[in-house]
Design a protein around this ligand. Structure first.
Ligand SMILES: Nc1ncnc2c1ncn2[C@@H]1O[C@H](COP(=O)(O)OP(=O)(O)OP(=O)(O)O)[C@@H](O)[C@H]1O
Ligand SMILES: [Mg+2]
Length: 311
């Protein structure tokens, strides 16, 4: 897999604050990569450094091999960023702003008009095209900011909390649009503190907390980090089998009981569920129901940060 972004020992300080603390990771071409972390964890600072808005205090970021320190102009040609807090002059109107943006990124006048209309319609922005920016709601401003990147279609598209303030219907429209952008060849980097968004959108996630990388991997891999984080719930048919069942289930993990229902706490619940059924049925214990519950990304986050805070 080709690396689109290499973050190498990145440090960013603001006075005494270490916003990004020795971060190293790679982002591959064509993936949807997420930075997940609470407020103030360093997501925006990292994204702005990738986009050459900030210079690293030390370390480097390379975008398709180009260092943001030495080749900022090359990097800016490859990247587009939708900012967390959209800034536009109050006198701007979305349509004019986006048309101007489309021209700047290289569309002919006619193509610009077409693409701007298409993107505005897809995000439900068309009816606001001639309002002034100051008249727009927070969520609508956010959509205009996202629209810029959907128009630009950069090789590396960065979204800083794209759906914060955005209503549920529009969230889905945005997620679809971002996924479509990836499918047409862009690499997507997304920052969020919304666990649901991270889980739904991102193929790999970096959990950052207080400027440091705490975990990195696919959602499934992150969930497996929580020891005994999966729960397999098994119900059996007959009371007289209960004692034997507990004995067998104990071989898989910690067991809790509630009547004829048992909870087994373990890892890789999906695989183990099948083995559990086999083990019980082999000795003639009839299973009436089995269900696997995974930990949520919240659970993962709490596990990781608590564990690290204890150090
Ligand atoms: N321009 C700046 N000057 C001084 N300190 C800053 C600046 N930008 C960020 N910081 C500090 O750096 C840390 C990381 O901030 P950052 O905005 O990167 O976090 P974030 O993860 O994006 O948070 P949020 O979820 O609230 O957007 C915070 O402690 C913040 O106060
Ligand atoms: Mg931020």
């Amino acid at each position: 897999m080709r690396k689109a972004i290499e973050i190498v020992n990145l440090v960013k300080r603001f006075g005494d604050t270490i916003a990004v603390d020795n971060l190293s990771l790679d982002i591959y071409e064509g993936e949807i990569f997420g930075f997940l972390g609470p407020n103030g964890s360093g997501k925006t600072t990292t994204l702005l450094t990738i986009a050459t808005v900030y210079k690293p205090t030390s370390g480097d970021v390379r975008v398709y091999g180009y260092s943001v320190v030495n080749y900022g102009d090359k990097v800016r040609k490859l990247i587009g960023i939708a900012f967390q807090d959209p800034k536009a002059l109050g006198i701007d109107k979305p349509y004019d702003l986006l048309l101007w943006h489309a021209r700047v990124v290289g569309y002919s006048f006619n193509d610009a008009k077409k693409v701007v209309k298409g993107v505005m319609e897809s995000l439900g922005l068309w009816e606001y095209r001639n309002k002034y920016f100051y008249q727009l709601s927070g969520g609508t401003r956010k959509k205009v900011e996202i629209a810029k990147i959907l128009i630009q279609r950069p090789k590396v598209a960065i979204f800083d909390e794209p759906t914060a303030q955005v209503d549920v219907t529009s969230k889905h429209a945005m997620w679809d649009a971002i996924r479509e952008l990836r499918n047409s060849g862009s690499t997507i980097i997304l920052a969020t503190n919304d666990m649901f968004e991270a889980e739904r959108m991102c193929e790999r996630i970096a959990i950052i907390y207080r400027g440091r990388l705490r975990a990195l991997g696919a959602v499934k891999e992150l969930k497996d980090l929580v020891p005994y984080g999966d729960i397999v719930e098994v119900s059996i048919a007959k009371q007289e089998d209960a004692e034997r069942a507990v004995k067998i289930l104990s071989g898989f993990g910690k067991v809790g009981a509630n009547g004829l229902q048992f909870m087994v706490y373990l890892n890789r619940g999906e695989e183990k569920a099948i083995e559990i059924i086999d083990a019980l049925e082999k000795v003639g214990i009839r299973v009436t129901r089995i269900m696997v519950k995974e930990p949520t990304l919240d659970d993962v986050f709490f596990y990781i940060t608590k564990a690290k805070l204890k150090e």
